[in-house]
Design a protein around this ligand. Structure first.
Ligand code: FA5
Length: 337
């Protein structure tokens, strides 16, 4: 029995097999156990002799199994370590990092440009009073021009601002009609417009206002010209067309000469070759007066532009809705831009 058992233990190749061998010799029905059970039938002289041998055999088998058990356990551990080892020399997986939204970048670019010309950056509330959004801008109740900007009213007196122009009146009030200043104000605005490729019901504007003694229309033209060239390139031309806003007189809209470029070169846009990007004008005397400035002493110019339209023109985006879809395939194209 001992020889047979030791040979089998030696051959065992895994822990399961070793366990089976242990049961077959030492278990309840194991062959050595059978021998021990049969001892009762032996004569009193034979019993101690056979008993001693049987005990020695059991000890030998038990020792052999334990030794083999340790060997097999170590082997199993070794194998596990091998198969689960980490190759630290493999290149890591890149961690995805975000970046500023294209619109944020364009707004910051415009801000930098005007900060360079001495403008301060201001903010105003998106939930605005009827007074600042309309009345202080020379748009009394029932004025037909209110229809130009279909509004989201919250109460009779509160609405989501339809443009950033209320910040003109707010800033003038803060300066109390006492001194000149230059400011721009970027922010979100809301209109009951139907969404399409160039219109959104929520979009951004950047307002600009320069109030001082002796500000002239030619100053406005000069500043807009610098802005257009810095933003779109030296070869761009601007065109001011007569327009109407109740808060400016005279009022203009600014077009920029438009070109489309592809791999083969650039050509002017289809249609007129011009694209409208902002509204502007000389601050209406009524607006100056309501905000505490004497229109006989002070004058000013103001403008309001749409950064989405500017970004579309500059980066070749053909649908304004792309800015709000949060499609990472669109967004990540501009992370390095
Ligand atoms: C105004 O909102 C005037 N407050 C601008 C102004 C300021 C004039 C100061 C004079 C003095 P208008 O509605 O045209 O004007 O809008 C200005 C710009 O906002 C447009 O040129 C366009 O670039 C952008 N814009 C207007 N409506 C939308 C829209 N639904 N979606 C995206 N951009 C728009």
């Amino acid at each position: 029995i001992q020889e047979e058992a030791l040979a089998k233990v030696e051959e065992a190749s895994d822990l399961k097999e070793l366990q089976a061998i242990k049961v077959s010799f030492l278990g309840k029905k194991g062959s050595l156990t059978q021998v021990l059970r049969g001892m009762g039938k032996l004569s009193p002289e034979e019993r101690p002799v056979v008993g001693e041998i049987a005990n020695q055999v059991r000890e030998a088998i038990t020792n052999a199994i334990e030794t083999k058990n340790t060997v097999l356990e170590n082997a199993a551990l070794e194998e596990k370590l091998q198969s689960e080892s980490i190759d630290v020399t493999l290149p890591g997986r890149p961690v995805k990092v975000g970046g500023p939204h294209l619109l944020t970048k364009v707004i910051e670019e415009i801000e930098d440009l005007f900060i360079g010309m001495g403008y301060e950056v201001r903010e105003g509330p998106e939930v605005e009073t009827d007074y600042f959004n309309f009345e202080a801008l020379n748009l009394p109740k029932d004025h037909p021009a209110r229809d130009m900007q279909d509004s989201f009213y919250i109460t009779n007196e509160l609405l989501l601002r339809t443009h950033t122009s209320p910040v003109q009146a707010r800033t003038m009030q803060e300066y109390k009609g006492e001194k000149g200043f230059k400011m721009i104000c970027p922010g979100r605005v809301y209109r009951r417009d139907t969404d399409d490729a160039t219109h959104s019901h929520q979009f951004t504007q950047i307002e600009g206002l320069y109030v001082d003694k002796d500000v002239k229309m030619s100053d406005l033209k000069g500043v807009l010209n610098v802005f257009a060239k810095k933003m779109f390139g030296e070869d761009r031309k601007i065109r001011l067309r007569p327009s109407f806003f109740p808060f400016t007189e005279p009022s203009v809209e600014m077009d920029i000469s438009c070109k489309v470029c592809d791999g083969k070169g650039c050509s002017v846009c289809k249609g007129t070759g011009w694209i409208e990007i902002l509204g502007a004008g000389m601050v209406h005397p009524n607006v100056l007066e309501m905000a505490g400035y004497d229109p006989n002493v002070y004058s000013g110019f103001a403008f309001g532009m749409g950064p989405e339209r500017i970004a579309m023109l500059k980066y070749g985006v053909n649908d304004i809705r792309q800015f709000y879809l949060n499609d990472s395939r669109f967004l990540k194209q501009f992370h390095q831009a």
